[in-house]
Design a protein around this ligand. Structure first.
Ligand SMILES: [Zn+2]
Length: 90
């Protein structure tokens, strides 16, 4: 995967955990590892799957918003696997 704006490399296909999510803008990929990214401030966000602590995820070289990183999942045990993982909108 590369940044849609500057084409900086971000992640490998082998880092994809799930492709099953649907975001507001399209399909969301869940990744276990990313490079060349920086995180915004930590915030609580209510999502379809419950309340999560997330941080916005930006490309390190051009600062395009790429998605978010899950820091903690509150409500639901079955959401816990997302913790520490990255979500990007394709
Ligand atoms: Zn970029």
């Amino acid at each position: 995967f590369v940044c849609r704006n500057c084409e900086a490399p971000l992640a490998c296909v082998s880092d994809v955990v799930s492709r099953a999510f649907q975001g507001k803008l399209g399909r969301v990929y869940l990744l276990q590892r990313m490079v060349n990214v920086q995180l915004g401030p930590r915030e609580d966000r209510a999502m379809i799957t419950g309340l999560h602590v997330v941080a916005d995820l930006h490309c390190r070289s051009c600062e395009t918003l790429l998605g978010w990183k899950y820091l903690e999942a509150f409500d639901v045990l079955e959401q816990r696997y997302k913790e520490g993982r990255f979500a990007i909108e394709k």
